[in-house]
Design a protein around this ligand. Structure first.
Ligand code: ZN
Length: 136
């Protein structure tokens, strides 16, 4: 599925298990963040430790189990774990030896967020079919 409109782009990343890593910056022409969807097979690790110059990262584990490394600290992560790392944090993630780990990583420029949700969202009168049918 791929669809583009005046104010949106929609796509499908397909089988993330087979692809291993998909970055959405190019696929969706993101302008304020980079988002990657990643899956490491059982026992596999990102093969390096890295930091960033300007971007903080949020890791959201959506499936499986693994271990996280930041600046010498190591800890378990599993479905539901969320980790924010400052740009300077030296980080790495590995899958558990018995389980793959699937995670989403969101990169944004540190300290760039000046508004969010209630401060930025605007409720409109437009309605999709499912809200019209519900009489909402
Ligand atoms: Zn990174």
């Amino acid at each position: 599925m791929s669809k583009t409109g005046k104010n949106y782009q929609a796509s499908s990343i397909g089988d993330i298990q087979a692809r291993g890593r998909v970055t959405l910056h190019r696929e969706l022409s993101l302008t304020g963040s980079e988002v990657s969807i990643n899956e490491l097979p059982s026992g596999a690790s990102v093969p390096f430790v890295h930091a960033h110059k300007r971007n903080e990262e949020v890791y959201i584990v959506v499936k499986g189990k693994g271990r996280f490394y930041v600046d010498g600290d190591e800890f378990e992560v599993e479905e539901g774990s969320v980790v924010r790392v400052d740009p300077a944090g030296a980080r790495c993630i590995t899958a558990d030896s018995q389980s793959p780990v699937r995670y989403i990583c969101i990169q944004t420029e540190a300290k760039s967020l000046v508004q969010f949700t209630e401060g930025d969202g605007v409720i409109l009168e437009n309605k999709p079919t499912w809200l019209k049918q519900a009489g909402a």
